[in-house]
Design a protein around this ligand. Structure first.
Ligand code: ADP
Ligand code: ADP
Length: 227
């Protein structure tokens, strides 16, 4: 039973001049539970759109998206999302930032707090709980974003160029940590990147999106040998 699947998904963005922008054309693929799939393709080929549809942030124009066997109908706690920059609340400390989604879901306070400590430890931020975002480096802030995305135990973690804003060295070490993290979180992961080496390094499987002007006509899956 797949974690999620796309069936004949199309996406058009309306634009002011009346000409629609075709972002996705006829997308079909499925991802198994606990798989780590990377999506690679050049800028503008529709990677972010794919992820936003999956996250329920935007709708497909046509086609079907299923998550855990259920039709996608908007944002859900089953899905955690990490964007390029984490947008932390500057007036809240690190622990309180991680707890935001738990508060929105009105989860048990004590349990959530324990979970937040555990997650911060997992992303290597043990001892930073009472620091404020501005006291942390970009890489550390992004780790906070990852912990925050995991606070409600999502079964699916979506990441859109999560380390794209970081310098090359930090990016590489964050990628290595992400592979270690994958073992402990047990979620299905889909990560979008424009870097082919990154996609191959991180993925169990790589989905390659190839652009024709203004749209995606092809989506192919490359299965990689066992790591
Ligand atoms: P990426 O880094 O994923 O390629 P961009 O920098 O191209 O993203 O765009 C950032 C965001 O701006 C996108 O996620 C999208 O929602 C929005 N965006 C991109 N292109 C357009 C557009 N032509 N009109 C309106 N919004 C756009
Ligand atoms: P990628 O993440 O691969 O860079 P996107 O999914 O951001 O690609 O964009 C795919 C196409 O859709 C691009 O042509 C982009 O300009 C367009 N697009 C994205 N978001 C919007 C939007 N909100 N409004 C109009 N066009 C958009």
């Amino acid at each position: 039973c797949p974690a999620f699947c796309f069936q004949d998904v199309n996406k058009l963005y309306p634009s002011r001049d009346g000409l629609n922008v075709e972002a996705l054309r006829n997308i079909n693929f499925e991802v198994s539970r606990r798989e780590f799939v990377t999506v690679v393709g050049p800028s503008g080929c529709g990677k972010s759109t794919l992820l936003k549809i999956l996250a329920g942030i935007t709708d497909a124009t046509s086609g079907r998206v299923e998550i855990n066997g259920v039709l996608q109908q908007g944002p859900s706690v089953e899905i955690g999302v990490v964007f390029q920059s984490p947008v932390l609340l500057p007036w809240r400390n690190i622990l309180e930032n991680v707890l935001v989604p738990a508060e929105i879901q009105k989860r048990d306070k004590k349990q959530s707090k324990d979970k937040a400590y555990e997650l911060l430890n997992m992303v290597g931020l043990n001892g930073f709980e009472t620091k404020y975002p501005k006291e942390l480096s970009g890489g550390m802030q992004q780790r906070v974003g990852i912990a925050r995305a995991l606070i409600n135990d999502p079964s699916i973690l979506l990441m859109d160029e999560p380390f794209g804003a970081l310098d090359a060295m930090t990016r590489e070490s964050m990628n290595m940590e992400l592979l270690r993290l994958k073992e402990s979180i047990g979620a299905t992961i889909m990560l979008v990147t424009h870097s082919i080496p990154e996609a191959i390094f991180l993925g169990d499987r790589v989905v390659v999106m190839s652009p024709r002007p203004g749209c995606v006509e092809e989506i192919m899956t490359i299965d990689l040998p066992e790591k």
